[in-house]
Design a protein around this ligand. Structure first.
Ligand SMILES: [Zn+2]
Ligand SMILES: [Zn+2]
Length: 166
């Protein structure tokens, strides 16, 4: 998403309303275990503070991702507050530390991408007490039981063998 900041830069103290719905470049490929449903929205404003741009707003998105334990699809949504200063590229010595702008357009994708990645849950569970999959036979233990656990306890030799191979 490129925002025309030509007028904003001309008037110190002025601000620009942003109401965006669409995609965020690089998002799907960065967090490829997530599927995003519908457009990602960003509502906020950009303020010219003596040539330093101050971005505030809220990113809203809906997604689904596999449960960390049982791999069932889990639906989730997030509202992520964004607060960021964006400096002119000439005023910055280390570009890796801050977001910068250059010319008459500001690309918001990089900023939104950063905020989204940092705020998505890394390990999402379908429910707090999800039992997960049996590591031996793969049965979803929320839906069925299997005998793997019992056999292991009955047969201590199996455990010794397993440790040997680990
Ligand atoms: Zn689960
Ligand atoms: Zn099993």
């Amino acid at each position: 998403m490129n925002i025309n900041i030509e007028d904003l830069l001309k008037n110190e103290g002025s601000s620009l309303e942003i109401d965006y719905k669409g995609s965020v470049e690089g998002l799907e490929s960065t967090v490829d275990s997530y599927t995003f449903k519908g457009p990602i929205s960003f509502k906020g404003s950009l303020q010219n503070n003596k040539g330093k741009l101050h971005l505030t707003g809220l990113v809203s998105l809906e997604y689904s991702s596999p449960c960390f334990r049982c791999l069932e699809d889990v639906h989730g949504s997030a509202e992520i507050p964004v607060k960021e200063d964006i400096l002119h590229v000439d005023k910055v010595t280390d570009k890796d530390d801050v977001f910068t702008y250059e010319g008459d357009y500001l690309n918001l994708d990089k900023i939104l991408l950063d905020y989204i990645i940092l705020n998505l849950p890394m390990k999402q569970l379908c429910k707090e007490d999800c039992k997960g999959l049996c590591p031996v036979c793969g049965t979803n233990l929320n839906e069925a039981t299997c005998n793997c656990e019992e056999e292991k306890e009955i047969n201590p030799k199996f455990d010794i063998l397993r440790k040997f191979f680990e």
